[in-house]
Design a protein around this ligand. Structure first.
Ligand code: NDP
Length: 248
């Protein structure tokens, strides 16, 4: 019975992602270069990243381990991938960012906490209470390779961005090298590959919802970044796409 409610809940969650996707083509997510105080109270940017991302691995792990499924090595593999990504995103990444004195609206942190609580619950609960979908092993292998490639692209691109600034610098420069020669936001492209791979490893409504949310958040933001670079830098390379090499 609860599984039926769960399925309806996740379908609504996916519908909400699609509405968010459409809205984000009209409203810029106000953090980073698009940060603005018109969204009310502001908090420290670095602290914001930690508090908004940390709920995800905690809630995911709680529901994963309190579920009733017989956990297999594939369950543990998926668990590990999720945790590696989120330990990096909630602790290592915020400690590396160079956003001296930068603020983000509290409302952004709160909405990200909400997203991470629900997403952690949906994916942890599903995985902890269900057998792995009987995909042919090739799906597991292919999905895993895609996740690893995505993780590498995401982290290498973030690394390049984070090193564009000197210790006390706050401005922006044109990123060069690696996949930046092809797209404006390879870090987002890598993140999408990660969750696409995670979804292919075990295709179900929860992993699909995470992929849909990632696309909904990152495609409009990549579009905004691309336009921002073009407006700010006259010499911004014209052959770069926004997020998907050669496509968009
Ligand atoms: P951005 O690309 O906007 O920024 C990443 C970091 O690099 C920030 O610290 C930013 O500083 C700095 N930076 C970016 N461009 C430049 C530049 N041209 N010159 C100097 N410094 C620069 O990424 P986000 O902050 O939006 O996201 C960070 C990570 O979180 C990414 O890996 C992304 O994939 C992930 N993420 C995932 C989401 C999901 O739904 N799964 C949603 C959102 C993010 P500043 O903050 O000052 O702009």
């Amino acid at each position: 019975m609860f599984q039926n409610y769960f399925t309806v809940f996740v379908l609504c969650w996916i519908a909400f992602a699609i509405i968010t996707f459409i809205s984000l083509f009209f409203i810029k997510q106000p953090y980073g270069r698009h940060s603005t105080s018109t969204f009310g109270k502001m908090i420290d940017n670095q602290l914001g990243w930690i508090i908004m991302e940390l709920p995800s691995p905690i809630v995911f792990a709680y529901f994963f381990f309190t579920g009733t499924a017989t956990l297999t090595s594939i369950h543990y593999l998926l668990f590990s991938l999720y945790m590696i990504h989120y330990i990096n995103r909630s602790i290592i990444f915020p400690l590396r960012i160079r956003t001296k004195n930068k603020k983000m609206p509290l409302i952004i942190a709160l909405s990200a906490i909400f997203f991470n609580l629900v997403n952690g619950f949906v994916n942890g609960y599903y995985l902890g209470n269900n057998a792995i979908t009987k995909e042919p092993i090739i799906f597991i292998v292919f999905g895993f390779i895609l996740f690893v490639i995505g993780f590498y692209i995401n982290n290498k691109s973030d690394h390049i961005l984070l090193h564009l600034r000197g210790k006390d610098e706050t401005g922006y420069k044109i990123p060069k090298g690696f996949l930046f020669e092809k797209v404006t936001s390879p870090n987002y492209f890598g993140e999408i590959l990660e969750w696409l791979g995670f979804c292919i490893m075990n295709i179900h409504i929860a992993s699909i919802s995470f992929l849909v949310w990632t696309l909904a958040n990152l495609i409009p933001r990549a579009r905004d970044h691309h336009q921002w670079y073009k407006d700010k830098f006259e010499n911004y390379p014209t052959d770069r796409k926004r997020i998907f090499p050669y496509i968009y």
